[in-house]
Design a binder for this molecule. Structure first.
Ligand SMILES: N[C@@H](CCC(=O)N[C@@H](CS)C(=O)NCC(=O)O)C(=O)O
Length: 206
């Protein structure tokens, strides 16, 4: 059994989607980040010293191995792909990792900053909204070109890179992007949104 320390946000959804896609049994442990539950001494000592969700505890990682605590959603996705032997195909391994890193270093942090300035700060700092809004649009341009060349980010197969990017694109209204202006992203987004495991993962409640 895997414990998923979770709150329903794009970083949390990446892992709930992957667990659903793999059919791995898991138990959701809520971490209400609005109430600061990521700062409890237990969470910091036992789950993630960086006090962020998502994190997992795999109580049965492999025969004879001690339970594994893991944080950082990209690392968790790679771990689960290795465990389930799914969604990180050998022939697309490095392309998958490239687009996963693109999400971890680009899409996640930049869209997150756009949400902060546009929503939490309600455009009080116009420079912030403009800078991260423009960066979000630039990243959509990169994604649209890639998805004009390939069906999925890594190539012909659906991988953990798609699962990492999807929940961030699902917040397109938050970073004020018109999906219609990026037709290849929209085609991919609609296709993934029709997958039952994606729908289940996105619906895991708090
Ligand atoms: N790089 C981390 C980022 C995780 C992250 O930013 N989580 C946010 C919610 S989406 C969080 O737990 N924030 C609480 C805090 O920063 O105190 C990952 O990909 O797992």
């Amino acid at each position: 059994m895997i414990d998923l320390h979770y709150w329903p946000t794009p970083n949390g959804w990446k892992i709930s989607i992957m667990l659903e896609e793999c059919g791995l049994p898991y138990r959701m442990v809520p971490v209400n980040i609005g109430r600061g539950e990521q700062f409890t001494p237990e969470f910091i000592a036992l789950i993630n010293p960086h006090h962020k969700m998502p994190a997992i505890v795999d109580h049965a990682p492999a025969a004879g191995r001690a339970p594994l605590e893991l944080s950082e959603s990209g690392a968790i996705l790679i771990y689960l792909a290795d465990k389930a032997k799914k969604f990180l195909p050998e022939k697309l391994k490095y392309q998958t990792l490239q687009w996963l890193m693109f999400q971890m270093g680009g899409v996640g942090p930049m869209f997150g900053q756009a949400h902060h300035f546009m929503r939490a700060k309600k455009d009080e700092v116009p420079y912030g909204s403009e800078r991260y809004g423009n960066e979000a649009k630039r990243l959509y341009g990169v994604m649209d070109r890639r998805l004009g060349e390939e069906k999925y980010f890594a190539g012909a197969e659906y991988t953990i890179a798609d699962m990492a990017i999807y929940p961030w694109v699902a917040r397109f209204e938050w970073h004020r992007v018109d999906l219609g202006a990026f037709p290849n992203v929209k085609r991919w987004f609609d296709e993934l949104g029709a997958r039952p495991a994606v729908q289940k993962g996105m619906a895991v409640p708090a």
